[in-house]
Design a protein around this ligand. Structure first.
Ligand SMILES: [Cu+2]
Length: 170
């Protein structure tokens, strides 16, 4: 009967492995950590202390009576010029970082950007497992993955059927 226990254990492993799938979720970062988006925080240093990848998120937390967040370009960033740019003002705003590259954020209130350090450039990297530029890489094995997972599912179902049959037989 020992083989039956072995069989049950392997079946449990197979079922578990079919349930646990790798999940790719971005990381969320609260800008400035516990200080949030506020006066006189060195956001350039904060940004340098992290590594941002595609699909990560920035969360700006601040008093929206005193601050806001403008999403600007490099030139506007340089001059702390936020007019006419997308502005966030809820006090608890999430910004998605879907694309690799550099993005810029400034505070548009008073001289908070110019004089109180409320400006930040973020470098977003491609996610580590993602392939190099499409031109040099073969197409992703989408079809293969589907076949593998279908086979796997069939295997799990077959195992369950075998187990049930054994259960009824003995
Ligand atoms: Cu401000």
């Amino acid at each position: 009967m020992a083989w039956k226990a072995d069989f049950l254990i392997s079946l449990a492993i197979i079922v578990a492995s079919s349930v646990i799938a790798p999940v790719a979720l971005g990381t969320s970062y609260i800008v400035g950590d516990e200080k949030g988006w506020a006066l006189d925080v060195d956001y350039q240093a904060w940004a340098k202390s992290k590594t941002f990848y595609e699909d990560d998120k920035l969360i700006f937390k601040y008093d929206n009576k005193s601050h806001n967040v403008h999403i600007v370009d490099e030139k506007q960033f340089k001059f702390c010029e936020g007019s006419g740019t997308p502005v966030l003002s809820s006090g608890n705003d999430t910004v998605n970082l879907p694309i690799a590259g550099r993005t810029w954020y400034i505070d548009g209130v008073g001289r908070h950007c110019k004089d109180r350090k409320m400006h930040m450039a973020i470098d977003v990297l491609s996610a580590p497992p993602s392939p190099p530029p499409p031109s040099s890489s073969p197409p992703p094995p989408t079809a293969n993955s589907v076949v593998v997972s279908t086979d796997h599912f069939a295997w799990v179902m077959a195992s369950i059927i075998i187990l049930v049959c054994h259960h009824w037989t003995y």
